[in-house]
Design a protein around this ligand. Sequence first.
Ligand SMILES: Nc1ncnc2c1ncn2[C@@H]1O[C@H](COP(=O)(O)OP(=O)(O)OP(=O)(O)O)[C@@H](O)[C@H]1O
Ligand SMILES: [Mg+2]
Length: 296
Amino acid sequence: MQIDVCSEQHMSARPLDQQSIEDVLTKLATLKRVMHESDLHAAAEEVEQDVRRLNEKLVISNEQLAAANADLEAFSYSVAHDLRSPIRQIAGFSKILIEEYAAQLPAEARRYLNKVEQGAQQMGSLVDDLLHLSQVGRQALSLQITPLNSLVATALEVLQPECSGRNIEWRLDSLSSVACDRGLMKQALVNLLSNAIKYSRPRDPAVIEVGQTIMDGEQVIFIRDNGVGFDMKYADKLFGVFQRLHAASEFDGTGIGLATVERIIRKHGGRIWAQSERDRGTTFFFTAGSRNSAGA
Ligand SMILES: Nc1ncnc2c1ncn2[C@@H]1O[C@H](COP(=O)(O)OP(=O)(O)OP(=O)(O)O)[C@@H](O)[C@H]1O
Ligand SMILES: [Mg+2]
């Protein structure tokens, strides 16, 4: 499914009325050259009117974009929601066929049925993740001052099964408290830590660090691993829906985790970015919103 439910991003990136902006700039340049006071006044009024007209256009196109974005959001939500039940039926009935009628089926038919069941399971996970991503967009934030260390601890409890059989050296620094929606921020941490655990699977020991630092006067939280990393050439793809930089045969996943994280962080007014080197590891950095600047 190629629906880009992150179109909020596109709102700010969309080129506006370029020609009008250029016209205004040309008039401003003329204005600078004008020496006579009355000319200056007339030219300034003209520019002011142009700017007002331009501003009205911008307001209208922003409203249209917001409406289109809400439509897309509603569309992807209902598609994901309505697909759940038929996908479950396909997975459920294939499983019953495999389990209860295996003896009556030729080996080839069993093999095909296994593939149907696996495909349906995978599609079910995709749709669930997509639905969850859409819900993050629709949900209102409930901000509470929260010690981040307690959220990290809860996230690690959720991830316990993924750590079993692994040798992971955890380095958990002391983190400050931030104003955040606890449920959503925990979800963001679960996704980031789950990636750190997953993509450091070949390491023994894997070293995963959660810490905080100050960058340009801003408080930044980071999650670092010594895993397989990725080529920074593809870093702009990371937070896109269904974008994966590793093959499914190597590491499983649906490619929605980071899109969800980015949306949660953006909802909090923060930013997220990554630094990575192939075979050397990855660090994800994020700010938890403008209310949480350093020293605040
Ligand atoms: N810590 C990391 N180290 C190396 N690559 C990473 C890391 N985190 C994310 N990636 C890359 O970014 C891609 C997108 O991550 P994302 O979490 O969205 O998807 P996923 O882990 O593949 O699946 P899921 O939706 O189940 O989380 C991954 O497929 C992987 O290629
Ligand atoms: Mg992931």
